[in-house]
Design a protein around this ligand. Structure first.
Ligand code: COA
Ligand code: ZN
Length: 298
């Protein structure tokens, strides 16, 4: 049996939160169902954030409720603050992700809190979630570079990750929010985190702004990481992080991993149809690097 790599799809959240076209709830739900049918094991299905700040995520509560019977996929939601946590619980969310950033300014711009407040709040939410028997994920955003403060000290990331794990995070996701990391920097930080926390508790999230996302995945793979976020059709970008371009495309990482001999259990042809679905719904030319190749071979 080939070694398994877990792909967590973030298209319905990271992918859709910053598109020109806002998808309605039925289309967002349809996208999630199609991703589940393609064999994706985990999906971030939306966020409980202010609809004024991110209109595209309004109605995530309805989506969570409509998917309550899904058993074959880990469905998570992103939470910025305690209010978001309460709303997610009311809707019946079972896996929550907190999203602190590693720098002062990024937290201010993203969720209007200082670094210290953000960490305190994230830890409080994690503790509440554990008391409520929920599964917990914790991003460390801008883990390599911040659009406002530049390069990030890896010790700062480790310190934040330690506090989040100590408060009940089941998983830490090292996030290259603006796509500024390179494979050498990825190896360095991931190695430090693996030494400290073990690979099982870690995951990585890359954007492809400077065409290094797949190389960064390889760097993390070689340090032992076996969980990655990815985004169908390479959609995405953070509205509060200037310069953030699309995420690493799910079809690109799945194809690379399969060709390298890893197993994802995800159906590439179905991913290709979902790329077409996104292109039609968003009225945009979307897709990862391998989309034209997949179209030619089918
Ligand atoms: N969900 C929905 N509404 C929320 C909310 C949440 N999690 N948190 C706060 N609000 C509402 C408040 O009820 C209040 O509403 P009102 O104006 O109708 O009274 C309003 O938002 C302001 O509340 P406040 O606590 O002062 O929040 P803020 O203005 O400091 O904004 C966030 C903080 C986190 C809500 C906002 O910055 C946000 O949603 N950011 C989005 C972050 C994001 O999605 N980033 C991309 C992914 S990392
Ligand atoms: Zn992202």
């Amino acid at each position: 049996m080939n070694e398994y790599v877990y792909i967590n799809e973030v298209g319905p959240r990271d992918g859709l939160q910053n598109q020109k076209t806002i998808l309605d709830i039925d289309s967002r739900t349809e996208l999630i169902h199609q991703l589940i049918k393609a064999g994706i094991p985990g999906i971030e299905i939306g966020s409980f954030v202010s609809p004024k700040a991110v209109p595209a995520m309004a109605g995530t509560d309805e989506i969570v409720k409509s998917l309550e019977n899904i058993k074959n996929c880990d469905l998570s939601v992103l939470i910025p603050n305690m209010k978001g946590y309460e709303l997610a619980c009311d809707a019946g969310a079972k896996i929550i992700s907190v999203v602190p950033s590693a720098t002062e300014t990024m937290n201010q711009k993203n969720i209007n809190m200082s670094l210290e407040e953000t960490i305190k709040n994230s830890c409080k939410i994690l503790q509440a979630a554990k008391a409520d028997n929920l599964c917990t994920r914790a991003y460390v955003s801008v883990a390599w570079e911040c659009p406002y403060e530049g390069l990030v000290d890896s010790n700062q990331v480790l310190e934040i990750a330690y506090k989040l794990i100590d408060s009940g995070a089941d998983e830490i996701i090292l996030a290259d929010t603006i796509g500024a990391a390179n494979p050498a920097g990825v190896s360095k930080l991931v190695k430090q985190c693996v030494d400290q926390f073990g690979a099982d508790q870690l995951s990585a999230h890359f954007h492809d702004t400077r065409a290094m996302a797949l190389s960064n995945v390889c760097a993390a793979l070689y340090e032992g990481i076996r969980k990655f976020d990815a985004c169908i059709a390479g959609l995405g970008g953070c509205p509060f992080a200037p310069g953030a371009a699309g995420n690493l495309a799910t079809e690109d990482i799945c194809n690379m991993l399969e060709q390298m001999g890893y197993q994802t259990n995800i159906d590439l042809n179905k991913l290709n149809s979902i790329v077409d679905f996104c292109a039609e719904k968003l009225d945009a030319n979307v897709g990862g690097r391998m989309t034209p190749w997949l179209r030619k071979t089918n």
